[in-house]
Design a binder for this molecule. Structure first.
Ligand SMILES: [Zn+2]
Length: 215
């Protein structure tokens, strides 16, 4: 059984690519951010903890141990009959080591690379539907409604320039070591995230097929 991890800075497009790959291969999209937001909405035990960190608005990550506990429970709930596509997890070496122990699947790790300039300009023009969660890239300033469900569009606080800068710092500090970790495990595949969504998706598909024929 094969599972995938997507690494990449904020606004690298990894969420979109992870969802797309999960759909193509019939795997479970493990959207850690989506799962966490759902908990916050329910105001569950975990949700209240997550909400507190987000309310600080500093772009900090939720504490390692809490995320581990949450992801462990989520994996148990879903089961491991199908492969996963992880988005937003792992974010630290500790989380990666946890996953190595917990997961019964082989791992391929995609690292989507984009320049800092692209990150800042992409974040500035990204809007999200408040109702269905659909993300709109390069959304014009006057675009206010979602054409899927009619919901209102918002510019997420996490996409504002100050928070993006902070998230990038946190990413460089905590998540970059993961790249070396997976490189040494021979699980890492580098992806150029600068082209458009469709081109990047094609590159990922090619790499998946390459790895399949090598195994
Ligand atoms: Zn919508």
């Amino acid at each position: 059984m094969q599972s995938f991890i997507f690494l990449g800075p904020p606004a690298s497009g990894k969420g979109t690519q992870a969802k797309d790959l999960a759909e193509k291969l019939g795997l479970i999209y493990f959207g850690t951010g989506d799962f966490m937001r759902a908990e916050a909405k329910k105001q569950s035990h975990f949700g209240q903890i997550f909400q507190r960190v987000w309310d600080e608005g500093k772009g900090n990550l939720v504490d390692d141990d809490i995320v581990l506990e949450f992801v462990k429970a989520k994996i148990e709930e879903i089961g491991q009959e199908k492969g996963f596509v992880f988005d937003g997890f792992p974010r630290t070496i500790k989380q990666a080591e946890f996953l190595n122990q917990e997961l019964k699947h082989n791992l391929t790790v995609f690292n989507i690379e984009v320049s800092e300039d692209s990150i800042v300009s992409r974040s500035g023009t990204r809007k999200v539907c408040e109702n269905c969660g659909k993300i709109f890239f390069k959304a014009p300033v006057d675009k206010r409604n979602c054409e899927v469900c009619g919901g209102g569009l918002i510019h997420r606080q996490e996409d504002t320039p100050g928070v993006v800068k902070k998230r990038l710092e946190v990413y460089n500090l905590q998540t970059k070591p993961l790249i070396d970790h997976y490189k040494s495990n021979n699980a890492l595949v580098e992806i150029d995230g600068e082209p458009n969504i469709e081109e990047v998706a094609l590159e990922i598909e090619e790499k998946v097929n390459e790895r399949r024929s090598n195994n």
